[in-house]
Design a binder for this molecule. Structure first.
Ligand SMILES: Cc1cc2nc3c(=O)[nH]c(=O)nc-3n(C[C@H](O)[C@H](O)[C@H](O)COP(=O)(O)O)c2cc1C
Length: 388
């Protein structure tokens, strides 16, 4: 696949993966992207995941027309991008590996003695370093903790291409059409994997200021080659923990269906009151990272939990921990609890969130004993009035 006359796509699609990074459901598979820049010197941008070495190497050979690559640039050492570095060096022993200092430490940890002494093949690059390929020049940008510490981006000056490592990535293989468009699976990817590191993403954005970007080549998902500002704006919003869309997410747990009924009633009241968007998610049954994504997308969140062993339901605890781990902030949160004898979930949920920054707790707290009463409906009305 051609990205331009000089830049070729040599990535692969993975369809046998049960879970990406051991935790994320990927119903449409996953793409491990890699690119080749063909100039006086040839640079291969990153490797691909295990099991795809032969396919990748044969694509490189085709893209270079049989010429030997001079460099393998390693932007990120996570194994879905680094697994075939040793294989690459076996086929191209004269090539140099270009990476950050820390990436070389990780490379040694990954391959150990099997890769041999590569001291003479190392080009260590730090923030601001450049690599001349001919008419193309790569400028390296340290992107520490987006989302691993060794990560580098590179900016190709002739064609204004940003090689962004995992940033701007999404779930899904490239040979499956994503009917939801880029943002949905990119958002789940961002908040699942990068969400904790908003401040680091913002730091990289400062370094990108003034650079005109015409294409973004991420290590996952499609090459972005139009409406670049739109994608940058998504990342600006997400990394600053700002509200992306007006709306209310109701995240609930329910064993016997009573909390679910209350949540449905609240959604009905909110809709009747003209709420712009109401999203209801079942924390035990829906993809938990879809739920996380929704919580970050909208500005208001209602947490409705069954009381369980004098605390919150396990999936609610997990959900709140996932939000906390990702620095959930700048939002309004409301609580609904249900308990058969001593409802205690509201207090427990509030306690779990006590460290979160810039959170406004709704003053109406709904407490239900098994089945919803008229008094509970009145509480739901009051809560809806506060939220809309
Ligand atoms: C394992 C288990 C532990 C529970 N612990 C408590 C508790 O500590 N306090 C309480 O009031 N109710 C407790 N309950 C009862 C539920 O909170 C109660 O049945 C509630 O109405 C369930 O709401 P639901 O219909 O939405 O599932 C427990 C239920 C289960 C299954």
């Amino acid at each position: 696949m051609k990205i331009s006359d000089s830049i070729r796509y040599v990535g692969v699609n993975e369809h046998q993966l049960d879970l990406f990074e051991g935790i994320f459901d990927v119903p449409n598979g996953m793409a491990y992207n890699s690119y080749v820049i063909v100039d006086e010197k040839i640079a291969v941008m990153d490797s691909v995941g295990e099991g795809f070495g032969e396919e990748w190497l044969s694509k490189i050979q085709e893209a270079t027309g049989g010429r030997k690559p001079d460099y393998l640039v390693v932007h990120h050492m996570e194994m879905d991008h680094s697994a075939n570095i040793q294989k690459f060096l076996e086929v191209y022993p004269d090539a140099k590996i270009v990476a950050s200092k820390m990436a070389f430490v990780m490379l040694k940890s990954l391959f150990g003695n099997a890769i041999g002494d590569i001291t003479a093949k190392q080009i260590v690059v730090a923030d601001g370093a450049t690599l001349e390929l001919g008419t193309h020049q790569l400028q390296f940008i340290a992107a520490s903790n987006v989302h691993w510490p060794e990560v580098m981006f590179s900016y190709e000056t002739a064609e204004k291409v940003l090689f962004s490592a995992d940033a701007f990535g999404k779930f899904g293989a490239l040979d499956v059409e994503d009917s939801e468009g880029w943002a949905c699976e990119a958002r789940r990817y961002y908040f699942g994997i990068v969400g904790k590191f908003g401040a680091n993403v913002q730091n990289v954005f400062k370094k990108l200021e003034g650079k005109s970007i015409e294409k973004i080549c991420s290590l996952h998902g499609p090459v972005l080659d139009a409406d670049i500002e739109k994608y940058l704006n998504y990342y600006r919003t997400w990394s600053s923990y700002s509200v992306e869309s007006e709306g209310i997410v109701i995240a609930y747990t329910s064993v016997y269906g009573n909390t679910k009924k209350a949540v449905e009633k609240l959604a009905e009241i909110l809709n009747a009151k003209g709420a712009k968007k109401v999203v209801v998610v079942d924390l035990a049954r829906d993809d938990i990272y879809e739920c996380v994504e929704e919580a970050f997308r909208y500005g208001k969140l209602v947490l409705a939990s069954t009381t369980y062993n004098a605390g919150v339901f396990p999936t609610m605890r997990e959900f709140i921990e996932l939000l906390n781990e990702r620095n959930y902030q700048n939002r309004t949160i409301a609580f609904i609890e249900n308990g058969a004898w001593a409802p205690a979930a509201n207090k427990a949920m509030e306690k779990l969130l006590e460290g979160a920054k810039s959170i406004t707790f709704a003053s109406t707290k709904v407490s239900i004993k098994i089945a919803m009463t008229d008094a509970n409906v009145a509480q739901l009305e009051a809560l809806a009035a506060e939220l809309v």
